[in-house]
Design a protein. Structure first.
Length: 176
């Protein structure tokens, strides 16, 4: 099981025991508004979400969304990681945090770490991120970590245009 540490956070692979956290996170108002309904209504649904999403991604890609928790242990704060989507040419940086843990810089710290790990640890040359055009905190975070707005994209399961941001590795940028 892989993990990543920052000064305040530990990012680790999800396990089925994280189902209660997933059940809470994917049913928060901000998740439902900006990410969408995932049909997770029970712990069994949450375990299936984990199996089909993060756990399948680890097996298929070697990476995925990670659970974010305090470095010293404690209640999960959110999730952050890298996602390979069929609709996007590049790997996508994704994140979501519980309402009660927002505004403390955790998402920023986790996103920076995941972006860096994607370039250094996985050798990715380019990473993208997508967000709802009305999600000002997400847009601000992506800009703070140096991602550039590139345009918009529509995913198959979503009827809404999403903003597309991108970042390239330092080595890739130096080749240009």
């Amino acid at each position: 099981m892989s993990s990543l540490e920052t000064p305040r956070l530990r990012l680790r692979e999800f396990c089925l025991g994280d189902a209660p956290f997933i059940l809470e996170l994917v049913n928060e108002p901000a998740w439902l508004r900006f990410i969408g309904e995932r049909g997770v209504r029970s712990l069994a649904d949450a375990r299936e979400y984990l199996r089909a999403g993060p756990l399948a991604s680890y097996a298929r890609n070697g990476f995925g969304l990670w659970l974010v928790e305090p470095a010293g242990g404690g209640e999960p704060l959110g999730m952050c990681g890298l996602i390979r989507r069929d609709e996007l040419l590049d790997v996508d940086l994704g994140f979501a945090f519980l309402e009660r843990h927002r505004g403390r810089g955790y998402a920023l710290e986790a996103a920076r770490a995941c972006l860096s790990h994607g370039f250094r640890g996985f050798g990715l040359r380019r990473i993208v991120a997508i967000t709802d055009p009305e999600n000002a905190p997400s847009i601000a975070l992506l800009e703070k970590i140096g991602m550039q707005r590139e345009g918009s994209v529509r995913l198959r399961h979503d009827d809404k245009e999403l903003l597309l941001f991108s970042s390239v590795s330092v080595a890739e940028a130096q080749e240009d």
